[in-house]
Ligand binder design. Structure first.
Ligand SMILES: C[S@@+](CC[C@H](N)C(=O)[O-])C[C@H]1O[C@@H](n2cnc3c(N)ncnc32)[C@H](O)[C@@H]1O
Length: 276
């Protein structure tokens, strides 16, 4: 069938709207053209009336078949943007979330104020936090993860983006020698009891990157505990909506001098900053 690029995009949007809400389907169709087919909005405005080759149509159909199963676009594409840099992602890594940008911003601000020289990203996944901090701060950065598969991806991202990060396999801060410097982490914080209510896309991400015992709090508390014992000057965590109050109390109980919570774009608790 003969089809223009514009028609192909409209058909894509309609196909996606069979399982996404219409505004999401429209936004995804534009994203697929930009990121997957490398056809920008301005290119489409000028050339959308040209005939789309069969290869583009077949590619889009194959992507729709995968997306229909719930597979997130970032896994289909194989990469995702974070702070305007392209990070590879695989089924071994969490897909970077926009909220994590707030954690990087807070870490840069606190680290500069405390004049730290080093920092550790705990639970690095695809390496977005460690790589961003290494490229934007001048600090000596190390990063840990329990998942060997995630560390392969993180090392590749650091190499591709020219960032110097020491990646270490192991539990929380165990593989990192003292002195620690700033401790930053986006560890799993989803309550396992919430699993049945979550978006079906999350089933494609590693459970070990999402869920933590004790209503999602266990890893955050464990990290606040070891970071305090090992005399880190600050510990910054991405946290779940509604976890701020309890984690502040637990941090103060563990001997941190100050604990503050920052909210995200929609007003949910998102970043905990614990200071000595
Ligand atoms: C929520 S993902 C975050 C990944 C990445 N930092 C990001 O922001 O996209 C959590 C990561 O923590 C890792 N992880 C889970 N438990 C851990 C532990 N006890 N020690 C170190 N890493 C852990 C998981 O393998 C996963 O890569």
């Amino acid at each position: 069938m003969v089809q223009t690029y514009r028609q192909l995009r409209l058909d894509l949007s309609a196909a996606l709207a069979e399982f996404l809400d219409p505004s999401e389907a429209h936004a995804e169709s534009i994203r697929w053209f930009e990121e997957g087919l490398n056809l920008s909005r301005s290119w489409m405005a000028a050339h959308g009336g040209e005939l789309a080759p069969g290869s583009a149509r077949r590619q889009v159909s194959a992507w729709v078949r995968r997306r229909k199963t719930g597979e997130p676009w970032a896994y289909i594409l194989g990469w995702c943007l974070f702070r305007d840099r392209r990070f590879q992602v695989t089924r071994d890594t969490l897909i970077p979330r926009p909220e994590t940008d707030l954690l990087v911003e807070a870490a840069l601000e606190v680290g500069k104020r405390l004049r730290v020289e080093r920092c550790v990203d705990v639970g690095t996944g695809s390496g977005i936090i460690a790589v961003s901090l290494a490229l934007e701060s001048g600090w000596q950065v190390s990063a840990t993860d329990l998942s060997p598969g995630a560390l392969v991806v993180a090392r590749r991202n650091a190499a591709d983006l020219g960032a110097r990060v020491a990646f270490l396999e192991g539990n929380l801060l165990d593989p990192v020698p003292d002195p620690l410097g700033l401790v930053v982490a986006n560890l799993p914080y989803v309550d396992p009891a919430d699993e049945p209510t979550l978006q079906r896309e999350l089933a494609f991400e590693p459970a070990s990157a999402l869920f933590a015992p004790d209503r999602g709090l266990a890893l955050s508390v464990a990290l606040l505990t070891t970071a305090r014992v090992r005399q880190a000057p600050a510990c910054l965590l991405e946290i779940g909506a509604g976890q701020g109050g309890e984690l502040c109390r637990r941090a103060l109980g563990l001997g941190w001098g100050k604990a503050l919570v920052h909210q995200d774009f929609v007003g949910h608790d998102r970043i905990l900053v614990a200071l000595v």
